[in-house]
Design a protein around this ligand. Structure first.
Ligand code: NDP
Ligand code: OXD
Length: 314
């Protein structure tokens, strides 16, 4: 009985070492090296190549090495076994750090001061809105969205959230579904996206959504932070809104195509901050520990935790 590591773009050896230490009795095999396909009971995947998990006759479960599972559902030949995803305080904390950092960066106009510093320009227009006067809109009120929203509130921001199903979250004004979208956007100065990529959410951050954001806020125009998935955003619409001045700035961690192609205008746009899809990286120490615990649960006849719903896509 073995665990197959099937990943692209990450350092597989770090994961192999960590899993070996955690599951000393279980052979750890790696996609791309020779292994007996009948021995594989578990797969830990991050963007495995399409079809590479087909023909594993004893497969019992697939673990996403990240919180998102769109990379799994993109495989049209994915075996029909239970799929569990990462829900882990290490990953959640990393994401909240990122969201708080970039909300503060926009609040405190840090990009502008970086540019002034490069020109040795001492310019202070005495315009420093307080966090309490800035309205953050959190799209996605799941594991990550709720934690980030709580931490933004600690910093003083006026935070509301939007989700698919209605939610009651202490201290947050909440909106849900298609009907809730317009009023949610109309009270949003900084739109944060922590949505999963599904058939329903693909391409939602488009010209229409951006046009719905508040134009009367203390920051002099709305900002966008997308750390969910690149497939949520229409990059041409973001660039057009930035150039039209209806969007004041954007922080993007995820992109329609990753790595972001060198010719993308997002790289050089003065109002865009680009990070390489690492808002919340899966750290082998923490994440392998969670997956090993899940495997031990299954071996003990207990149910898997954090199972995703293939019909919903998240
Ligand atoms: P969860 O599944 O816990 O939460 C997802 C949230 O999105 C829920 O509130 C859900 O609504 C909402 N949602 C889903 N579909 C819709 C819809 N059609 N309309 C409105 N709301 C919707 O996910 P996590 O919080 O754990 O993670 C969110 C995403 O963050 C991941 O899927 C991944 O794509 C991304 N991510 C990015 C990382 C990075 O480094 N950039 C790292 C980790 C994750 P409801 O509550 O009603 O179900
Ligand atoms: C994730 C990611 O889904 O890193 O965890 O994008």
């Amino acid at each position: 009985m073995s665990l197959l590591l099937a990943m692209t773009g990450w350092h597989v050896e770090d994961w192999r070492e960590r899993f070996k230490a955690l599951l000393p009795d279980m052979p750890i095999v790696i996609l791309g090296e020779p292994f007996d396909r009948r021995s594989v009971h578990y797969v830990a995947s991050w963007k495995h190549p399409e079809g590479s998990l087909a023909g594993l006759p004893n497969l019992a479960a697939i673990f996403s090495l990240g919180a998102g599972v769109d990379h799994l559902f993109a495989d049209t030949r994915l075996p029909e076994v239970p799929i569990a995803r990462v829900v882990d305080p290490d990953l959640t904390t990393r994401m909240s750090e990122y969201i708080v950092l970039h909300c503060l960066l926009h609040l405190r106009q840090q990009r502008r001061y970086d540019s002034q510093q490069r020109q040795s320009s001492w310019e202070d227009d005495r315009n420093q809105p307080a966090a309490r006067s800035v309205r953050v809109g959190m799209m996605g009120l799941g594991e990550l969205g709720q934690d980030a929203a709580r931490k933004l509130k600690v910093m003083g921001f006026d935070v509301a959230g939007w989700s698919r199903s209605p939610k009651s979250v202490a201290g947050l004004q909440t909106f849900a579904g298609t009907d809730g979208m317009a009023p949610f956007l109309a009270r949003t100065d900084i739109l944060v996206s922590l949505l999963p990529l599904t058939d329903e959410t693909r391409g939602t951050i488009d010209a229409t959504m951006l046009a719905g954001l508040a134009q009367d806020g203390r920051l002099g125009g709305p900002f966008l932070i997308n750390a969910g998935r690149g497939g949520l955003q229409v990059e041409a619409d973001i660039l057009a809104a930035l150039d039209a001045g209806t969007l004041k700035g954007a922080t993007l961690d995820v992109f329609e195509t990753e790595p972001l192609p060198v010719e993308s205008k997002l790289w050089t746009h003065p109002a865009v901050t680009v990070t390489p899809h690492n808002a919340a990286m899966s750290e082998p120490e923490a994440i392998a520990t969670q997956i090993a615990a899940q495997i031990r649960r299954l071996e003990a006849g207990e149910p898997l935790e954090h199972v995703v719903d293939p019909a919903r896509g998240y």
